[in-house]
Write a protein that binds this ligand. Structure first.
Ligand SMILES: [Zn+2]
Length: 366
């Protein structure tokens, strides 16, 4: 766990070092694992525990990457993995190296105990969940190597709640294009920031999608970045806006694009020099696992959870769901700790997670 935090797997450094920590841990228990790496430092690590093959297997699907330490000061060094007061501090302690360490330990202990398994265990820790989901895409594209699966477990921090649903994500970039000019003669240019202001005014009252979902609530939209202008004496010819839309199952995303086109066309009809375009920066589908299916019911009984719930954050879950197996999210650590300074996990929670994952493996595979 500490080595995993120390293997600083931010978007800048890549996931390879963290993947190697996991491979050497599995090797010590005689478990087969391999690393898929690309772009020098990007990596997935996958392990497979073979069985008699009489039952469908289980997939534990994690992500290796972490977000950066951020601007705020930390009391403990962000990649030091300091243990103090029964907690381990460091970026990724809850999101999600704690969950990874607990799963790796549970699998290793089951294998070391010599338990006869009736179905395979697949472990995957993939790259780029926080940025581009490339790792999940590559893993899912290589599905030919996988056994039939009874279900997939994502050990993200849920504080031991069984989560079966989350909203999706649509990240849009809106760009306005103008014409540069010396700002002593602004009338010779077209100001892209002024054009963007017109769009912002329209978006102020725009509602993306009205129907609410019984578990997931509303679709929301938040404008989170804006950039434009190069110098104080130049009329800007470009301005970009970043919009984060959290989507619901069954939502027609084409409608968002159609609505934006209507807004743009309306603005252009009033001002011929207005020019705007929209592009997709990232898209992740919502997750909605049937909470009454056999897998979820057995999973809940294995971890002694009474009910399932939905969460506000997103995961790579929809990629793993595309393998055709039901997906649950279940892991140690408080979700509200994610991406914060002094991120930490209770050592007792890690131990509790190991026991839960062992029980899940025993319930489904023996
Ligand atoms: Zn995460």
């Amino acid at each position: 766990m500490k080595e995993l935090i120390q293997a600083e797997s931010t978007a800048e450094k890549g996931e390879l070092a963290a993947a190697e920590v996991i491979r050497s841990r599995f090797r010590r228990s005689g478990i087969d694992s391999w690393i898929d790496s690309w772009d020098q430092q990007r990596a997935n690590v996958v392990a497979l525990v073979k069985s008699a093959g009489r039952r469908a297997g289980l997939l534990f699907a994690c992500h290796l990457d972490v977000v950066g330490p951020g601007e705020a000061a930390w009391e403990y060094p962000a990649f030091g993995a300091v243990e103090a007061g029964g907690r381990i501090y460091g970026r990724g302690a809850v999101d999600m190296k704690g969950g990874i360490a607990a799963v790796v330990t549970a699998i290793s202990r089951i294998v070391e105990s010599g338990t006869k398994l009736q179905g395979d265990i697949v472990f995957a820790a993939v790259a780029g969940e926080e940025t581009d989901s490339h790792g999940a895409e590559r893993f899912v594209a290589d599905r030919g190597r996988l056994p039939a699966l009874a279900g997939a477990i994502i050990p993200e921090p849920t504080d031991f709640a069984v989560v079966t649903a989350h909203r999706g994500m649509l990240w849009l970039e809106v760009t306005t294009t103008g014409k540069a000019a010396h700002s002593s003669t602004p009338y010779l240019g077209v100001n892209a920031i002024s054009s963007m202001r017109l769009i912002l005014n329209e978006l102020e009252n725009y509602e993306v999608w009205r129907p609410t979902h019984e578990l997931l609530g509303r679709c929301t939209m938040s404008i989170n970045t804006i950039a434009g202008g190069k110098a104080l004496n130049v009329v800007p010819d470009k301005c970009t806006l970043g919009i984060d839309i959290r989507t619901l199952p069954g939502q027609d995303l084409q409608r968002v694009f159609a609505d934006l086109e209507v807004i743009f066309a309306g603005l252009k009809s009033k001002n011929n020099e207005f020019d705007a375009a929209v592009s997709v920066r990232r898209r992740l589908d919502p997750l909605e696992t049937d909470s009454r299916c056999d897998f979820v019911r057995s999973f809940c009984s294995a971890v002694r959870a009474g009910q399932t719930k939905a969460v506000g954050f997103t995961t790579d879950g929809p990629y793993f769901a595309s393998l055709g197996a039901p997906v649950v999210i279940f892991g140690p650590g408080k979700p509200e700790m994610c991406h914060k300074p002094d991120e930490h996990i209770e050592v007792a929670d890690l131990q509790r997670a190991v026991e839960h994952y062992k029980n899940v493996i025993l319930k489904f595979l023996t």
